[in-house]
Design a protein around this ligand. Structure first.
Ligand code: NOJ
Length: 748
């Protein structure tokens, strides 16, 4: 029998906890004030500085000597003369190193710093461990963020981030520049794959899961890292699609789409945020006090650290040209509300800020506000007590358990887009298949950017024991598979296909991110288009596997292919996961976290307005994506039924319970997702045709089962931003959609 604590005792305990939390906060604040009162201006500026490892390592900045080692003279100079408090990265992302090398480097830095820093303030080290500890050789590489979103499985995303935090902190690094909470609504953007997709609710849910995973119960745990929400805010939708070019986002749209995932992640306790490098409507966010003070601090109540992105203060004068010179740029960014400068390759920021303070143009009290946030973060991370933990704490780096998690995450995210006549799986077949295409033979294409290097373009990248799609298929099909080169010539193709029953063509996009990965159109590269055309010309079934950074246009190819599997960037276990799905050992669990465009210029999102919908007489306005948001087939079947709502009227004080049952069956284990949408009949702001409000994802063993779900829906769940920039939930009729069912409710 369950025993419940009496309600009065629960309230007493809750009160006691919040009181102790308040007391701790008060104590920490007094501690920071006292430390600040003993620091010089130079020391404070040092705490506000984040330099790249290249500045203190052997070799040239952005081109380190391998294996990386600290240059003691350079390090001492940074620590003694500039009192630098924070270091990042691996020499501009130029290369990865072993765990031992990392641990040695971090220990050297911390020990040298302890000998020099008279207050015992440790160094805060930060890195982009965005799909695993990607700069540590031998670490587990998980599917990239967009793939994780395609799993629609927050619990899985939490576990992936937990493992990622573990492997990052193992290197002695307690700060992770992740997750990206920019919405993926511009598919041309080179960082589309780094997002959780186009939907506000999905990205919000995944973002909160990532924070729980990365930060755990306590930041001082040897297995937690401080998360850094990127890139506050509005970075992901440059008008031209090119990275770091202007975004035109009116305030209402900013509040409706781009801010909520950040607000929710701050509520979930995210410790830090990185500021958007771009400009919105002509104002670079790094000088925008409306964004950095009004929205971030006052409205969202964020108390943590706001760091710039790479060189972004200098760029205010050098590129954006809103500042007359770099000194003005420093003044403007600090006045706007920046706490820490990712300078990161020199000390000009320090000299200029010092001058500004000496000239009285920036008051020292302004530095105190930022430095206090930095000191409090270091304290929360336990860095005043212990900067690194013994090797024995981290026996699971690159372990079988983490590897299995990466595999499970890849299976859960890979999305079956088309499956004519149940071509897939190629289960127990006596058929013979051929495989080709650039994606078939490569590990670096499965992982994408941020994999052992910034751009992830090392074609020789291999992780012992991890398989390409072709290798894993060979394990599964043995002699029944004929492995062809990436681009077989037409004669070779014809000859092989005489004896084969079908061909798997693995398409892939060259890895990359940020400005180096800008493109002009979403076209599939010409050589890959030709490869598919040649394969189709043979007249036997063609299965396409697409490993893309963003949705390249495959409309013609999809029309003629028998089956299409979309892998996103599935990571080191992506080859095995793909092969197991193709050959029927696993069921694809993913659903698209974005709307797949039919052509390059036809970018419409699922939460489109009615003017973007299909009209019979103006069909060119039509919403007709190649695949809808949340599309994803499965080898399992499920149906939602018995949909009930507890009430049909929603007002300010009640809630309604939405209940439905999902019947599932299948001969494999796997996961299934049921999205729940709503639409308003009308509103003062043109309402979307439909909008995701909830979803359930269930993991199931083989067989039949059913499960009932119930959600409470409140009036606020149906809110939107009105013309006065207020979040409102206007009265009116609303339709709920669950599978093939609809329910009508009324908001009063
Ligand atoms: C620039 C990128 O925009 C950002 O996402 C990353 O965290 C920093 N560089 C540090 O590498």
């Amino acid at each position: 029998m369950k025993r419940f604590l009496p309600i009065s005792l629960v309230m007493l305990l809750a009160g006691w906890f919040s009181e102790t939390r308040a007391q701790h906060a008060e104590q920490a604040s007094r501690w920071a004030d006292s430390l600040l009162s003993r620091m010089t201006v130079e020391e404070k500026i040092g705490q506000m500085t984040l330099i790249d490892l290249g500045v203190v390592a052997k070799g040239k900045p952005c081109a380190l000597e391998l294996p990386q080692a600290i240059d003691n003279d350079k390090l001492r100079m940074a620590l003694q003369r500039y009192h630098v408090g924070n270091i990042l990265n691996t020499g501009c992302g130029s290369g990865a190193m072993t765990l031992e090398n990392w641990r040695r480097i971090i220990r050297t830095i911390q020990e040298e710093n302890q000998a020099i820093n008279r207050h015992g303030i440790s160094i805060l080290y930060g890195i982009d461990a965005i799909h695993g500890a990607n700069y540590t050789l031998g670490s587990t590489l998980f599917p990239q963020q967009l793939a994780q979103a395609a799993s629609w499985n927050p619990e899985l995303v939490e576990r992936v981030n937990r493992a990622s935090a573990y492997e990052t902190r193992a290197a002695g690094i307690p700060w992770n520049f992740s997750p990206v909470l920019d919405l993926g609504r511009q598919p041309l953007w080179s960082r589309f794959f780094e997002t959780y997709g186009e939907d506000v609710y999905l990205a919000t849910t995944m973002g909160q899961a990532a924070i729980r995973g990365l930060q755990g119960e306590s930041l001082s745990s040897p297995y937690s890292v401080a998360a850094c929400l990127k890139h506050f805010a509005g970075y992901s939708m440059p008008l031209s699609g090119k990275d770091r070019t202007p975004a035109w986002i009116p305030e209402r749209e900013l509040r409706e789409y781009f801010l909520p995932p950040f607000a929710a992640a701050f509520n979930a306790g995210a410790a830090t945020t990185m500021i958007n490098s771009g400009d919105i409507s002509g104002t670079p966010v790094h000088v925008d006090s409306f964004m950095l003070q009004q929205v971030l601090r006052r409205e969202m109540g964020f108390k943590g650290l706001a760091v710039t992105d790479w060189e972004d203060i200098y760029k205010l004068s050098d590129i954006h040209r809103v500042a007359a010179n770099r000194k003005e740029a420093v003044r403007m960014a600090i006045e706007a509300g920046i706490d820490m400068s990712m300078t990161p390759n020199d000390f000009q920021f320090n000299d200029l800020l010092l001058d500004l303070v000496k000239e009285g143009r920036i008051p020292e009290s302004r530095l105190d506000v930022s430095v206090k946030r930095i000191l409090l973060l270091k304290r929360q991370l336990g860095l005043f007590e212990q900067t690194t933990f013994a090797d024995s704490f981290y026996t699971a780096v690159g372990s079988e358990a983490h590897r299995k998690l990466s595999y499970d995450a890849a299976v859960a995210s890979i999305t079956l887009l088309k499956n004519e006549n149940n071509t897939l799986p190629l289960e127990n077949t006596r058929q013979r298949w051929a495989i080709c295409g650039p994606g078939a033979h490569s590990m670096h294409l499965l992982n994408g950017a941020w994999s052992r290097s910034w751009q992830g373009t090392d074609t020789t990248y291999r992780h012992e024991g991890r398989k390409t799609i072709a290798q894993a298929m060979q394990d599964n099909l043995g002699d029944q598979l004929r492995v062809l080169p990436a681009f077989p010539d037409a004669t070779q193709l014809k000859k092989t296909m005489r004896a084969a029953d079908g061909i798997i063509v693995c398409l892939a996009e060259k890895p990359g991110t940020e400005i180096p990965c800008n493109i002009d159109a979403l076209d599939l590269p010409a050589d890959q288009k030709k490869l598919v055309a040649d394969a189709l010309a043979i007249g036997k079934p063609v299965v396409l596997v697409c490993t893309f950074n963003r949705p390249l246009i495959i409309t013609e190819e999809v029309e003629k292919a028998a089956a299409v599997l979309y892998t996103y960037l599935p990571g080191d276990e992506g080859g095995r996961a793909t092969a197991d799905i193709l050959s029927g050992k696993a069921s694809p669990g993913g659903r698209l976290p974005f709307t797949y465009p039919r052509s390059s210029g036809d970018i419409v999102h699922y939460d489109r307005k009615h003017t973007e919908n299909m009209y019979s007489d103006f069909s060119a306005n039509g919403y007709r994506p190649l695949f809808d948001f949340a599309h994803g087939l499965s080898y399992l079947t499920h149906v939602a039924y018995a949909v009930k709502v507890s009430d049909s009227v929603l007002n300010d004080s009640n809630f309604i319970q939405l209940q439905f049952t999902v019947l599932h069956s299948g001969s494999l284990s796997g996961q299934l997702t049921v999205p729940v949408y709503y639409s308003r009949a009308y509103a003062s702001i043109t309402p979307p045709v439909k909008k995701l409000i909830r979803f359930v994802t269930v993991e199931r063993e083989p067989g039949h089962s059913n499960q009932t779900f119930a959600f409470a829906l409140r009036k606020s769940d149906f809110s939107f931003i009105n013309r006065r920039m207020e979040r409102v939930s206007e009265p009116g009729p609303v339709t709920l959609y669950i599978g093939d069912f609809t329910k009508q409710i009324t908001i009063r």
